[in-house]
Write a protein of this length. Sequence first.
Lengths: 175, 170
Amino acid sequence: MHPFRLSRADDLAQAVAAHAMDGQAAFIAGGTDLLGLMKDRAARPERLLDINWLPNLARIADSPGQRYGQFHEDRAPLHRAHSVQSARCQCRAGPSWHVGGNGRRSLDAGQRVPNGTRQSDRLRVRSIEGHSRAATYETARASWIGARASSGPRGDRDSCAARTLVPSAPGSAKL
Amino acid sequence: MEVTLTVNGLARTLAVEPRMTLLDALREELALTGTKKGCDRGECGACTVHIEGRRMLSCMTLAAMQHGRQIKTIEGLEHDGALHPLQAAFIEHDGFQCGFCTSGQIMSGVAMIDEAKAGWPSAATADVAKPFSLSDLSNAEIRERMSGNLCRCACYPNIVEAVAAAVGRR
């Protein structure tokens, strides 16, 4: 991994602002995808903002989208409290409850097909590995940059939960 | 960066680069080599440790991100020289061959049993609306819940046996 600066975000509005101001910054939550990409040098952020400590993200909003805080410690009772069908989708979305193994911790339950998306990203990177390594990194990097440009305010894959916060103005952003 | 981790009950302060994973910090800085590095990509589960009581892949988190947290590794599982019941069950039921995945399997198994006790459902749970109890922990449940830990010696039947024995199912 290339060297980078790491700072802990203690305030949601400040974290969103810091991320918006620094083009080389990335949020890190579970880290499952981002660290893998960084180990491959496919992602090279200069600065990581650790959003695991943001208290706001442990909250739950009872909205039509059933948006849960990404860091809620135990989602099982939530699943029961909300619709069973939704719970089935969530429970069946990943291979296990193994935190870090499937990115569950860095995903927002409000997203419809998060695992499918991320799996295809992984497969894409991996299928490229059959070719030359230089091509791997450049293509993976290109897809990374493309993702950044195309999928949301910052397009940072490791911050999909944070991305859902952005529609409300920084400062008033709440889950 | 200076990081303080409570590892197996002892506060350990170490200077790490931001890019050092928790796995490397445990192995290289603290000489706790019971935690294994398999894929270093979060796919094999060999590096599983407990952070604040939950199973986590130590290769997929940075040491500096865990400042102030409680970490438990395989070295911290025994108590006063006595093996943890799941460790003993792995020996009893021959839950390993080469042993490389075993630390991760056991750390994962211990946390998984706690998750089942806490009523968490899994992808193998037929009715997630019903509170889960330890008696629902079938072999299919154990297999699903341990699916984040790979064993290339394919000791899965015996691993499932060991976990089932540790929860008192047989």
